[in-house]
Design a protein around this ligand. Structure first.
Ligand SMILES: Cc1cc2nc3c(=O)[nH]c(=O)nc-3n(C[C@H](O)[C@H](O)[C@H](O)COP(=O)(O)O)c2cc1C
Length: 409
């Protein structure tokens, strides 16, 4: 793969691990951050060493783990100076209290005070501690100073009780870090993303579908959230994890349901990105009972709603991005689609090319606009999503202008 652009590539992360039960998860966190291309330096509090060994974190990070403020007299200045971001996971009630009150009595809290960049905390504790008004005041104080909070989640806690206080999933923490590094050119923009396949039923148990996994649409939704958008994701059947930070999520099955969900949400929407692969045909009739096995079965099909065309005819049309999944290099058909459907952008991909299209983590796309065409090499769907959003961001400025002119007419 030629383009391996990753949001965290070459980023230097200073990870603080404090003494909570979730500290064991920090080993996985370090590995996943390194998989994303980041380098990680770890600071452990003394309490953290009761939950995870420095050796485990040293092996995972491939860096010496620091702990004492006097072990290396300049580490409280040098470590933060060299870092691009500071992450504390798990963040105990104690360390949040120290940060919020300017206490610097160990290496981690001293580094926090001398660090000039963005800080992410992932609180983790029993719900009784989390609910404590003094703790809440400390947390509010930190976020009011720009510290970014990731989690905590609700669920079963280490003590066996149910409640809020579980450290956010490692994937959610990584998304928060990526978001901290992302530009916010979609701030407060309302974006609808469609993803995945649809199912068109023959009878209650059989349906016609396609090979779409939803990976491209989910990657687009994630990138929109990172860049500050309020995102509604309308997804056909997919086993992918819901992106964190969505405004709403709709699970649909048929193309008609996808169309209805989308048009219900359209008011005040700035951008619609249709990465879904809704079926083009649906059986004319859905049998109420399972069709008996017999000799020959013939089925008549009708066309499903053409969602992109319908959206293209709206008077107050949002910026429209359609996808053209073609078998073969049918760029001409994708270009026609742009005009015929009155879309602003068509993302063309040849689903039969190696590493491209359905159910893989990579894609090779061409972004087609009225007077521009950008062919990109094979890249991760996350990177392809960023490239699509760059084109949308550019188009948004022109689109807003033309909508203003229209409303004055
Ligand atoms: C078994 C055990 C589990 C603990 N789990 C947590 C926890 O999940 N979150 C928390 O805020 N404190 C937890 N504590 C309390 C902290 O370890 C304690 O407040 C400590 O002083 C934190 O130090 P540090 O913030 O410097 O790491 C736990 C204590 C024990 C003994």
């Amino acid at each position: 793969m030629k383009n391996k652009k990753k949001v965290l590539k070459n980023k230097k992360i200073l990870l603080g691990v404090a003494g909570g039960v979730a500290a064991y998860k920090s080993v996985d966190l370090v590995r996943r951050l390194k998989d994303e291309g980041a380098s990680v330096n770890v600071i452990m509090t003394d309490a953290a060493k009761n939950f995870v060994t420095p050796l485990s974190l040293e092996i995972a990070s491939e860096n010496r783990v620091c702990s004492g403020v006097f072990d290396d007299p300049m580490s409280h200045i040098n470590l933060p100076r060299e870092a691009d971001i500071m992450l504390i996971a798990p963040a105990t009630a104690n360390i949040i209290g120290k940060f919020a009150n300017g206490i610097a009595d160990d290496l981690l809290s001293t580094c926090f005070l001398s660090f000039k960049g963005k800080v992410v905390v992932a609180p983790s504790m029993n719900w009784r501690m989390y609910d404590n008004p003094i703790f809440q005041e400390n947390l509010r104080r930190l976020t009011a100073h720009g510290v970014i909070q990731s989690g905590p989640d609700k669920g079963t806690l280490a003590c066996g009780e149910e409640g809020i206080g579980r450290m956010a999933d490692v994937s959610e923490i990584i998304e928060t870090i990526k978001s901290a590094f992302s530009k916010k050119d979609f701030f407060k923009k309302k974006v609808i993303v469609t993803a995945g396949p649809t199912r068109e039923y023959l009878d209650p148990v059989r349906f016609l579908s396609n090979r779409s996994s939803g990976k491209m649409g989910y990657a687009v939704a994630r990138a929109c959230i990172r860049r500050g958008a309020e995102v509604i994701l309308i997804s056909g059947p997919s086993c992918l994890e819901q992106p964190h930070g969505l405004k709403s999520f709709f699970r649909v099955e048929t193309a008609q349901e996808m169309r209805d969900a989308m048009f219900k949400c359209l008011t005040e929407t700035d951008v619609v990105i249709m990465a879904a692969a809704p079926a083009d045909f649906s059986p004319e009739k859905k049998e109420k009972a399972k069709i008996e096995k017999s000799g020959k079965l013939s089925v008549n099909f009708k066309n499903t709603p053409d969602i992109l065309s319908e959206a293209g005819k709206l008077k107050k049309k949002p910026l429209l991005v359609g996808f053209a999944a073609e078998t073969g290099g049918r760029l001409d058909r994708a270009k026609k689609k742009l005009i015929q459907k009155n879309a602003d952008i068509i993302v063309f991909n040849n689903v039969t090319a190696v590493g491209s299209g359905f159910d893989v983590d990579t894609n090779e796309i061409t972004i087609i606009r009225k007077n521009k065409e950008l062919s990109l090499p094979l890249m991760t769907k996350a990177a392809a999503a960023e490239a699509i959003l760059d084109a949308v961001s550019d188009g948004m400025k022109k689109h807003a202008k033309s909508r203003r002119v229209e409303s004055q007419d």
